[in-house]
Every structure is written in structure tokens, then in C-alpha cells.
Write a protein that binds this ligand. Structure first.
Ligand SMILES: Nc1ccn([C@@H]2O[C@H](COP(=O)(O)OP(=O)(O)OP(=O)(O)O)[C@@H](O)[C@H]2O)c(=O)n1
Length: 459
């Protein structure tokens, strides 16, 4: 597929050239090619206007025609099979203004015919390079085919995230770029260049001008693209953490009982979890890891025996709801992240649960994420993985139909036996299911006998 994406972008550039326009690969794909990484997407920058782009290609979508961005759709490699999906490539007209496509300054977008001008309005030097597709297709290396008007190559070598030109200006044009600086620096393991860093510190409080959805997506990418712990530290250093996640900032300096948490305060513990996340974690797990102890600062108490956080799970859920609503999470993600927080302490009881409780625990939706969060939590604290191993073994070894068997007694069975539907039904069904999960009943008759013994015979 990657190769197909590259071929699609090369074809587009060729068609633009043939029509007398300039066309380059631009932005992240050039950076990734120079780093020897596979680009996620290939973006094309061109001197052709959006109208000219639309006239050349038969299938286009004007995603941001106002900003000069046209999506060109080409048949994928499976074409004309039933699985055929189009390959979409963003083609953007050169611009010479600083406004970025976040919808706030549309009246100021001005197109250009100069690639030099186009790169100067981009965010960071490492994202500001162009690549000559004809040279590249002709066998030149990415290095040889790169056009660098902004010093991006040198900054890649020096491993620096540096704003192009005046950092304040770049961030003023699009405040989200402050979070992008942190994301790229963390993901690539780079430093943020001092004047770029200083500009973020100065402007951090303006991050609220960015829509919560864009902030959420940027944070999610930081949490899931690797080095999430570094991203959190950089967010803190730049002053952005206190703005976008003040609740997480409060984890700092909150002491924990050293016998359970030799690693240090709640912040350090949380960073350790993030450090141990799998390479491509589900976003919900990553957010669950970040927020699992978010209720600790508010419940900290020095009890006579030790430091305690009574009720931190419930308080944490309330704080998390506020954060997740503020960042406009979908209901589905919100539910799962809250479930992760809600259940993370239950692993402590897992060895002493009744069979029925354990089975109900194991059949929670997406249990693997709960298990993984417990692993991260335990291995970032005492390091004792006994509970984890126990839960994992039971999860893996208990067959699906034992965890969630077909019910011996359901509502229909009760009605057929002469019980009238009513408020007691739920309790009866629960009692029968519990007994079944405990292995105490093995047939519908035994189930009905149990119901009769506990709740009486039908009237
Ligand atoms: N706020 C932004 C967003 C993007 N860009 C420019 O548009 C390019 C493409 O943006 P995007 O696809 O968001 O990022 P990538 O650099 O491709 O990074 P990633 O691989 O992480 O998606 C960037 O490289 C950069 O040149 C920018 O200047 N300012």
C-alpha cells in the first residue's frame, strides 16, 4: 500500500508537470524519507491553482479549496476488484501567507507560484523541505532529490525542532503548532530549539484559542506515537500541561506510600506507565494510563498507618469525566477510559473473588486493555506481577462459554414456570446466573429449584 501511495503521488506530480506546473512532495513525507522512515502519506505542493488541479484530475474532492487543498483520488492497486479503494493524495497550491487551515483566517489566504515562499509559511524546518519527484522517480536518493530552503536538513542532523523564521509568528498563525512542536520532539527524540521553546512558553496560555477537538487529537497522537512520557515532560516544561491538562499537573509532588510505591510521587509513577506503553497502544489505554490515578491529589491523606487515597477511584472518575467532556471525546472512548479508571483497583481482589465475580470481571468489554493497564500500573510500582499473572492465566484459560455461558434460566424460563414478570425478576435471574457461574447448577430444573428455594414458588 505504501508503495501504491508513493506511485499515486508520483503520477500526480508527473501530470502536473506535463500541464506546465511545478509540483513537489512537501512536509512530513520529505522528513520521513530523509529519516529512512515510511511516510504515512505523500503531500504534493504545486504552483497550479485549485481550479487547475481539479481540471487535470477526473476525481477530486475540494477538502479545503479555500486554502488551496484538493484531494486527488486515484484507483488503488486492487482496482478494478471488489476491494478497490481509492488512494487519496492531498495536493496544495503554494501559498505565501501565514494563515493555516484551521478555518480562522480564510480571508487572508493568498496563493503563490514560488516554492520558496510556500515553505516559509510552514511550521518547523524539519517539516519545511520539498522533494523533487521527477529526480526521485529517476533513481536519485531522497537526500539528492531534496530542496531545502529552510535549513531542515541540518536540523534533522542536529535533532532539533525549530520554527521556520520567527517562532512567535509561526505559533500566532496556528496555536496548535505549539503542541505539534512537543509531539515531533517527543516522537523523534529531538530537542526543541531554545527560541522556539521560549516562544511556546510565552504563548502557551493562548492554546485555548484552538478547538478542543484539535487539542485532543494532538494529545492522543503524543500518547500513542511513542515516547509518551517524554511528551508529557515537554508539555510540562513548555507550560502547556498546566493549560491543557491542569489536572495532570497536580499529580506532581503528591507523595505515595513508599512501601507500595518506591518509585516516587504520582506524577513519576504516571510517567513510568506511559514509558512502558506498548509501541502502538490503543488510544483508550494510553489515556487510561495517564488518568488512572487522577483522583489521588484530591484524596491524599496521611493516615496514622500510612498515606492513603480513600475513594480516589470515584473522585478520579469524576475528574476524568470533566477532562473527557472538555476535550469532546466520543461517548465510546469516554466509556472505555472511565471503565479503565473504574476497574483498575479491582485487580487487587482478583485472587479472592468468587467464581461468579471473577467471571463477570473477565467478561468486561475489551478486558485486554484492563489487564494491560494493570500490568503497567503494577510494573511501575512495586513490580509485583502476581495478580497480573493470575488474572492473565484465568482470562486465557477460561473458555468463552464458561465466562459467558448460555443461561440455564432466563426470563422466558421463569414465565414458562409460572412466575409473573415484575421487579423481583432481575434478582431471580441474577441469583440463577450466579449459581450457574459458580458451578452450583447444571440444568434449567436445578436453576428453577434454586429460584424456588430463594424466592418461593410461583403464585
Ligand atoms: N499546523 C500545521 C500543520 C501542518 N503544517 C505543514 O503541513 C505539513 C503536513 O502536515 P501534517 O500532515 O499534519 O503533518 P506531518 O508533518 O505530515 O506529520 P505526521 O507525519 O505526524 O502526520 C507539515 O509537514 C507542515 O509543513 C503546518 O505548517 N502547520
Amino acid at each position: 500500500m505504501q508503495d501504491a501511495k508513493l506511485q499515486a503521488a508520483l503520477q500526480i506530480a508527473q501530470a502536473l508537470h506535463a500541464a506546465g506546473h511545478q509540483a513537489y512532495f512537501a512536509g512530513g513525507c520529505v522528513r520521513d524519507l530523509l529519516l529512512g522512515l515510511t511516510p504515512k502519506d505523500y503531500d504534493v505542493a504545486t504552483s497550479a491553482t485549485p481550479q487547475q488541479v481539479q481540471a487535470i484530475f477526473p476525481k477530486t474532492v475540494a477538502v479545503g479549496a479555500h486554502f488551496g487543498v484538493i484531494l486527488v483520488l486515484q484507483p488503488g492497486p486492487e482496482y478494478p476488484g471488489p476491494e478497490a479503494a481509492d488512494i487519496a493524495t492531498e495536493v496544495a497550491t503554494f501559498r505565501n501567507d501565514g494563515s493555516y487551515s484551521d478555518g480562522r483566517r480564510p480571508d487572508q489566504v493568498t496563493f503563490s507560484t514560488s516554492p520558496q515562499e510556500d515553505v516559509r509559511r510552514r511550521d518547523f524546518t524539519i517539516n519545511g523541505m520539498l522533494l523533487d519527484p521527477a529526480k526521485f522517480a529517476g533513481g536519485a536518493t531522497a537526500e539528492e532529490a531534496t530542496l531545502d530552503f529552510v535549513g531542515g536538513r541540518e536540523d534533522l542532523r542536529a535533532q532539533v525542532v525549530r520554527a521556520i523564521g520567527d517562532a512567535r509568528l509561526r505559533f500566532t498563525e496556528d496555536k496548535l503548532r505549539m503542541l505539534r512542536a512537543v509531539r515531533f520532539a517527543a516522537r523523534l527524540g529531538y530537542r526543541i530549539e531554545p527560541s522556539t521553546h521560549a516562544a511556546i512558553r510565552e504563548l502557551a496560555s493562548q492554546i485555548h484559542q484552538v478547538s478542543p477537538e484539535r487539542v485532543r487529537d494532538e494529545l492522543t497522537r503524543m500518547l500513542t506515537e511513542g515516547n509518551a512520557h517524554v511528551a508529557l515532560k515537554l508539555l510540562d516544561e513548555t507550560g502547556l500541561l498546566a493549560e491543557v491538562l491542569p489536572e495532570a499537573k497536580k499529580l506532581q509532588g503528591v507523595e505515595q506510600p513508599p512501601q507500595y510505591h518506591p518509585e516516587g510521587d504520582v506524577w513519576v509513577h504516571t510517567l513510568l506507565l506511559l514509558k512502558k506503553l506498548p509501541p502502538v497502544p490503543p488510544a483508550t489505554l494510553a489515556w487510561g494510563a495517564l488518568l488512572h490515578d487522577i483522583g489521588k491529589p484530591a484524596t491524599f491523606r496521611r493516615a496514622p498507618d500510612r498515606i492513603r487515597f480513600d475513594g480516589h477511584v470515584e473522585v478520579g472518575e469524576r475528574i476524568a469525566v470533566e477532562i473527557l467532556n472538555r476535550l469532546r471525546f466520543s461517548n465510546e472512548d469516554k466509556e472505555q477510559i472511565l471503565a479503565l479508571i473504574h476497574n483498575h483497583m479491582k485487580f487487587a481482589d482478583v485472587m479472592h473473588m468468587k467464581q461468579s465475580t471473577l467471571k463477570r470481571f473477565l467478561r468486561m468489554p475489551r478486558f485486554e486493555e484492563h489487564l494491560e493497564l494493570h500490568y503497567l500500573d503494577a510494573s511501575s510500582a512495586s513490580g509485583n506481577l502476581e495478580l497480573y499473572e493470575f488474572a492473565k492465566k484465568h482470562y486465557e484459560e477460561t473458555p468463552e462459554d464458561a465466562i459467558k455461558p448460555e443461561l440455564l434460566v432466563n426470563g422466558r424460563t421463569l414465565i414458562d414456570a409460572g412466575y409473573k414478570p415484575g421487579p423481583k425478576f432481575t434478582e431471580m435471574l441474577r441469583a440463577a446466573e450466579d449459581a450457574q457461574l459458580e458451578g452450583q447448577i447444571h440444568s434449567t430444573e436445578e436453576g428453577l429449584a434454586l429460584v424456588a428455594a430463594e424466592f418461593g414458588l410461583p403464585e
